[in-house]
Design a protein around this ligand. Structure first.
Ligand SMILES: [Zn+2]
Length: 982
């Protein structure tokens, strides 16, 4: 999966309440329905025929309830496959699951009608699963989330033993809200080794809540249209139907969808033909986890390749397909799938590969096996209006999701405590797939900027977490959601196994044995290291330690080291890197926060041949003792650590940068900047020294070092743009960026052409953004002229797609109401999601507070701003200097609404909290934040719980940072005035 922003953080230590929380059972319901076998007083078990009669009656009652809009009715039969815990307590032990012989088969039939304006929207489901019991028990557990059902007739269930005639007597059923278990308490014991089925019926709402089976709407040719679509991952299959909703409980799904004529039904398997005008049956799925299930009914159309094995189809709104917006996705999917098939040396396991663009979707994309869902902006590409950044995103996200077809879907994590097993590898392999599809882009190099620089700051806090945690510590759905954070996605990219793998050329070899061995089942981290060790052995490789010994410290303890090289004496040491020098690590680590670190390094421009392993806390390496030469470690940032040097070596590196920076590899130029700024934050270097890494930028034209510097200066803007440092800082940046602005003006013949290189296109955007932001007059007149021309002729937008984000933003910031209203009108009529997205963010750039307030108020109405975008708009307003306070006030004022709509299970909720508090750096702001936290401590903060804690921690750090550094920074910027070079 790809999260929207990739910024979810995690809570630890939530304890389950002891004992059961009783929810009224269904005795009353059954009495009302007249169902004797569900009444505990009844002595005789009902016969199969009687059961059928009752079921018929239940259906009639349920149908009569269907009189509202967007109601679901479902009939669902599945097997009791996991039975344990006779006492009926709420914990499931993973060992018991592993020990249970589970053979599940699922039959699911759903019936639905979709009429946005009418009062019917009905669905029926039938579901069956089969398995054998390992132990005798009187209680059964399945997952269910109660919002899809309605009380009091929300659900009815019967337990069958297919081998016998009788249905079993149900004493009571209840829901455990915290764990979302449906507990069925039976009168008699289930017998070990016996097969059972659970049959359920329920009604519910097909809501627009973006999870489970939900409703998405859009307008086409003046008609309001509905897509009934699904998002099961990670814990929403249970919101669609009661089921055994854990990744290790894989099943084969036989799905049939009954839907209105004229609509298309899609699911994981290929359609086996329409059985009648409304009924589509699908081929059975492979054995897979519930979270990978997908069911979609829509009015969509598709384009496909002629290739049959597998057939590739791209689905979207009819208009989007007609305009060719799915073509790029179709063109790259084939090459990417081919690449993975040969790279993994395992054929794509399914007969078809569907990818579909949805108008409403919380996440970036989701890897449902055979039916991958995307946000429109991530799948659709329009050459007329989309930028190369959009194109890269489309290619890399498709590659990420397709990588999952093997890594994640074929072989699945056993439990959510090791999300990195699915996500980390998919994220890494995605770059290889995208690189294969677009070889001129060098996307592999961008891993450092796009992944590592994002994960480093989070992993350098004491509130970080190891990649793997104890299975039992992740139990509740909220805790599961919080696992999908930047650590799980990005950290694994640079773990040292890559050094091992790439050195021996083992990666592909290792993946093949691993995927073959564990196909259609589940794994834990140790399985990975075991297979890697075998690959090393088979290839006669040699390592200083066994693979699991090398890897465990990187996976089982949080954080990463800073390696310090004192070139005066050749001393090399390591230390747990913490951004806040005063913080204390309270979590003990069995590895004592030490790591086995492979170091690739260079001396005076010469890369040293052998990798050198730092295996102790401190050691002397005479080769790194430098007599007037500079030393540079972590070449091309293949290792997951930061590097610091003695001051003499830093000076020699500065001299090299200022005389001939190209001697230092471009990735390391970016890294020197990022390391220095972070080391300064951690008080291991002076802030002035960090700032000096930007001095040579007036001669730098490459994207990566610039982007790295701008990422770091962003923090300076956040902390200082409301202080007296602002102007001197603007003057300095203006001085540094002007040559870059002119470089691109020249390269593009006065902005009339597009740079050839992919990363040059990115850096051209940076040049214009920073030049306009720091007040280069030529820049502002350029963007305003372009925007005004567009306003004069709205049908003719001549602004190049690559530059639209930055031009819209700076023109709206420089303009006033007229520019904003024009942008708003274009946003409303934009038919391409990417174009709408650019305008959406640009509208937050205005300096007019009245407009900003109006814009914020729009987020309360999902017909104006889509629910999936509301928190992004609020965050965007908060990132504007003029909007920061407005956004904070707005969130506080509408907290109840925010929390109800987005508080549970939404990734973007946490990033909104992070966004609105990002600038907090005064004692007054800390006080406001504390009061806010206190006022809402009773209800809590849902999926933003950790984000709130971190906001407090970060505000305290910011206050301290400003007090310590402000004067030094002011002095340094002042010293840069004129032509003085540092
Ligand atoms: Zn993923």
């Amino acid at each position: 999966m790809v999260t929207k922003r990739g910024k979810v953080l995690r809570t630890e230590g939530i304890k389950l309440p002891e004992g059961n929380i009783a929810v009224p059972g269904n005795e009353d319901r059954n009495k009302y329905l007249g169902i004797p076998q569900a009444n505990g007083n009844h002595k005789e078990a009902a016969s199969k025929a009687a059961t059928t009669k009752y079921l018929h009656r239940v259906r009639q009652v349920l149908r009569s309830q269907l009189n509202g809009r967007n109601k679901i009715q479902a009939i669902n039969t599945n097997a009791l496959s996991v039975i344990r815990d006779p006492a009926g307590t709420i914990s499931w032990s993973k060992e018991e699951i592993e020990a249970t012989d589970i053979k599940m088969k699922t039959l699911l039939t759903m019936h639905g009608e979709l009429h946005p304006k009418s009062s019917t929207l009905r669905l029926y489901a039938k579901r069956k699963e089969g398995s054998r019991m390992r132990q005798s028990t009187a209680t059964s557990l399945a997952h269910q989330k109660d919002d899809y059902t309605e009380r009091p007739l929300n659900m009815f269930c019967v337990v069958f033993s297919p081998d016998g005639a009788a249905a079993l007597i149900i004493k009571s059923t209840w829901l455990q809200p915290e764990t979302q278990y449906l507990v069925i308490n039976l009168k008699s014991k289930l017998r070990q080794g016996q097969k059972y089925q659970l049959y359920t019926e329920f009604t519910g709402e097909l809501a627009d809540d973006l999870s489970g089976f939900y409703r998405s709407e859009y307008e086409e040719d003046g008609l309001q249209k509905i897509v009934a679509t699904s998002q099961m991952h990670p814990t929403y299959a249970r919101k669609t139907f009661p089921c055994f909703d854990e990744p290790a409980l894989k099943a084969i799904f036989h799905i049939t969808l009954i839907h209105p004529p004229g609509t298309v039904a899609l699911s994981n398997g290929m359609e086996r033909g329409q059985l009648s005008w409304t009924k589509t049956k699908f081929e059975p799925t492979k054995k897979m986890s519930t979270y990978l299930l997908a069911i979609i009914v829509s009015d969509y159309t598709y384009i496909s390749t002629t290739q049959k094995d597998p057939q590739i189809r791209i689905w979207a709104r009819r208009k989007a397909i007609d305009l060719g917006q799915g073509n790029y996705a179709l063109n790259v999917t084939g090459p990417i799938l081919d690449f993975f098939q040969s790279y993994y040396n395992i054929a794509y396991p399914l007969t078809k590969s569907d990818q579909i663009a949805l108008p409403d979707f919380y996440y970036g994309a989701m890897e449902n096996w055979g039916l991958v869902t995307y946000r429109e902006t991530n799948l659709l590409y329009d050459p007329e209006t989309s930028s190369s950044r959009n194109k890269e995103k489309t290619a890399t996200i498709i590659a990420h999701e397709l990588a999952h077809m093997w890594f994640g879907n074929l072989v699945t994590l056993r439990w959510w405590n090791e999300v990195w097993l699915n996500e980390g590898f998919a994220s890494y392999v995605a770059y290889l797939g995208a690189d294969h599809a677009e070889p001129t882009w060098n996307v592999r190099d961008l891993i450092v900027l796009d992944e590592i620089h994002k994960v480093f700051p989070v992993d350098a806090l004491t509130s970080s977490h190891p990649l793997s945690s104890n299975e039992d510590s992740i139990v509740l759905p909220n805790q599961i959601s919080e696992q999908f954070d930047v650590i799980s996605y990005s950290k694994v990219q640079k773990l040292q196994h890559r050094t091992i793998i790439t050195n021996f050329g083992l990666f592909s070899f290792f993946l093949q044995t691993y995927l073959n061995h564990f196909g259609y089942s589940n794994t834990v981290g140790n399985d990975l290291w075991h297979h890697l060790q075998m690959a090393v052995k088979d290839n006669n490789g040699s390592l200083p330690h066994p693979v699991d010994r090398i890897m465990s410290p990187w996976v089982l303890q949080m954080g990463f080291p800073v390696v310090t090289i004192n070139t005066a004496i050749g001393k090399v040491s390591q230390k747990h890197f913490l951004l806040d020098a005063d913080s204390n690590v309270t979590v003990k680590s069995p590895y004592n926060y030490e790591w086995l670190i492979p170091i690739r390094w260079m001396r005076d421009g010469m890369v040293q041949k052998d990798i050198w392993w730092l295996m102790e806390k401190e050691v002397i390496n005479f080769e790194m003792r430098s007599d007037g030469f500079w030393v540079l470690a972590n070449i091309n940032v293949t290792g997951y650590y930061r590097v610091n040097y003695d001051l003499g070596n830093w000076e020699r590196l500065f001299t090299q940068l200022n005389t001939d920076h190209k001697v230092i590899p471009v990735i390391n130029r970016a890294q020197l900047v990022d390391d220095a700024f972070s080391l300064a934050r951690a008080q291991l270097l002076s802030t002035s020294l960090a700032l000096r890494t930007t001095s040579y930028l007036s001669k730098e034209t490459e994207y990566m070092p610039w982007q790295s510097a701008l990422n770091n200066l962003d923090y300076y803007y956040l902390m200082l743009d409301r202080t007296d440092v602002y102007q001197p800082m603007q003057d300095y940046i203006k001085k540094q960026v002007t040559p870059l602005f002119l470089y691109f003006k020249n390269m593009t013949s006065d902005w009339s052409s597009v740079p050839v290189q992919h990363t040059d296109q990115y850096n051209q955007e940076n040049a214009i953004r920073m030049a306009c932001r720091s007040g280069v007059p030529e820049c502002n007149s350029l963007t305003t002229t372009w925007f005004n021309k567009w306003m004069e002729e709205p049908q003719q937008n001549m602004i190049h797609p690559n530059l639209r984000s930055v031009v819209y933003c700076s023109a709206i910031a420089a303009g006033d109401k007229a520019e904003w209203e024009f942008g708003w009108s274009q946003f409303k009529i934009a038919s391409v999601a990417n174009e709408a997205n650019k305008l959406m963010f640009a509208l937050a750039c205005t300096n007019n507070t009245e407009l900003l307030n109006r814009y914020l108020s729009y987020t309360l109405n999902s017909t104006i701003i889509r629910k999936q975008d509301a928190t992004s708009v609020i965050t965007a307003v908060a990132s504007n200097r003029a909007g920061q306070k407005l956004a904070w006030d707005f969130v506080r004022e509408h907290w109840e609404y925010m929390f109800t709509e987005y508080g549970v299970g939404s990734f973007s909720f946490a990033s909104m909290i992070t966004g609105v508090t990002a600038r907090f750096s005064t004692p007054a702001e800390l006080q406001e934040l504390k009061e806010f936290v206190e006022a809402h401590s009773a209800t809590g903060f849902g999926s933003a719980t950790l984000a709130v804690d971190q906001a407090l921690e970060r505000t305290r750090m910011n206050i301290k940072w400003l007090q310590t550094n402000k004067q030094e920074i002011l002095n340094w910027f002042n010293s840069q005035k004129g032509d003085q070079m540092q």
